[in-house]
Design a protein around this ligand. Structure first.
Ligand SMILES: C[C@H](CCC(=O)NCCS(=O)(=O)O)[C@H]1CC[C@H]2[C@@H]3CC[C@@H]4C[C@H](O)CC[C@]4(C)[C@H]3C[C@H](O)[C@]12C
Length: 324
């Protein structure tokens, strides 16, 4: 499972947790403007917006999990098993495969308004990258500085939802996730009052009791509620340090610790990495399961007019500072 989030202080931030039981060889990858983006069914983008994000690079092709372009438009793919439904090629449409979707959108758009125009012509088709990398059932959150949408290709067609909370997890479909928030109308960050009954004296014996009812398990609908509550109640300073610290705490509220979700004998789902991109500055920060230090890659430190991908392998070991 995964969780994606947006956050605004002085700058704007976009990131995600990637939760899985194994890792491909993902790297922080910058695609400069003149890298020729080939597509299976639509014409190549010989030049396009530059982007930075997490990608598994195969045969010099960046398979992005999440990315931000130089205009700040951002996009993340999250697991959407049983619901994702990709289509046959259709004439008159932009036939794009799921693994091409992030480059296609981020290469050409700078705002959600422009994204919606492109989405009007798109058809997400059922072509895999290779035998070894089959189709993944995904849905996506796409965000600019001001708004987010959720895109789901399901049996009935392509659904585009406004995402007013700027959070995405996994199943069920987004309309149900949003509806489910109604069930938490009573949850509060304030000191709760006794609305249970006047007939009995109830004591507020601990801080945080207004939050009782927020789910604490790691299922995707529970993570959705927890992450929305944490984000919408978030308070932080506006410096870069304070902002990214707060962002990683929002993602940390739905972190997956090894051992709590068992998939098979000796196989557990964990938060492989958490990312936070400053979408105004094009700096991509990450932490991994075992490296709690924040590492950053600044896209503007690369030659964005080049034709060649630049990839930084993740630093995965703890960077411990001994203080004495
Ligand atoms: C698995 C991840 C979602 C995390 C998640 O939700 N895990 C819960 C699993 S579970 O639901 O609990 O069982 C998703 C998110 C993005 C995906 C890549 C996108 C590019 C590319 C697309 C190709 O088609 C296939 C290979 C490819 C590298 C993809 C592999 C994998 O699919 C990635 C990493």
């Amino acid at each position: 499972m995964c969780t994606a989030a947006t956050y605004t202080t002085k700058d704007h931030y976009f990131g995600r947790n990637l939760d899985l039981e194994f890792s491909y060889n993902e790297t922080v990858t910058v695609t400069p403007r003149n890298y020729p983006f080939q597509f299976r069914k639509v014409k190549a983008l010989e030049s396009h917006y530059a982007m930075i994000g997490m990608a598994f690079v195969v045969d010099n092709y960046p398979l992005y999990y999440d990315a931000t372009n130089e205009k700040g438009l951002s996009m993340a793919g999250l697991n959407f098993p049983e619901n994702a439904d990709y289509k046959q090629e259709t004439e008159g449409k932009d036939n794009v495969t799921p693994f091409e979707f992030i480059p296609w959108i981020l290469g050409q758009c700078s705002t959600i308004k422009e994204v919606k125009e492109l989405l009007g012509r798109i058809n997400l088709i059922n072509i895999n990258f290779s035998e070894k990398l089959p189709l993944s059932p995904l849905h996506w959150m796409i965000s600019d500085r001001n708004e987010s949408i959720t895109v789901e290709s399901v049996k009935e067609g392509l659904k585009i939802y406004d995402n007013p909370v700027g959070i995405l997890t996994n199943n069920p479909t987004f309309d149900i996730q949003i509806f489910n928030l109604n069930n938490y109308v009573n949850v509060t960050r304030e000191v709760p009052e006794n609305r249970f009954s006047n007939a009995i004296a109830l004591d507020i014996y601990s801080r945080g009791m207004g939050g009782i009812g927020i789910p604490g398990d790691l299922s995707s609908s529970s993570r959705f509620v927890k992450a929305v509550f944490t984000k919408l109640n978030s308070v932080s300073g506006t410096s870069e340090s304070e902002s990214i610290s707060q962002f990683f705490h929002i993602l940390g509220s739905v972190n997956q610790e090894r051992g709590c979700v068992r998939l098979a004998e000796d196989t557990y789902e964990i938060t492989i990495y958490s990312s936070c991109c400053n979408i105004d500055k094009g700096v991509y920060y990450y932490k991994t399961y075992e490296n709690s230090q924040i590492t950053g890659v600044d896209m503007h430190n690369e030659n964005l007019n080049s034709q060649n991908l630049v990839s930084y392998p993740l630093i995965k070991e703890q960077q411990i500072k001994i203080q004495n």
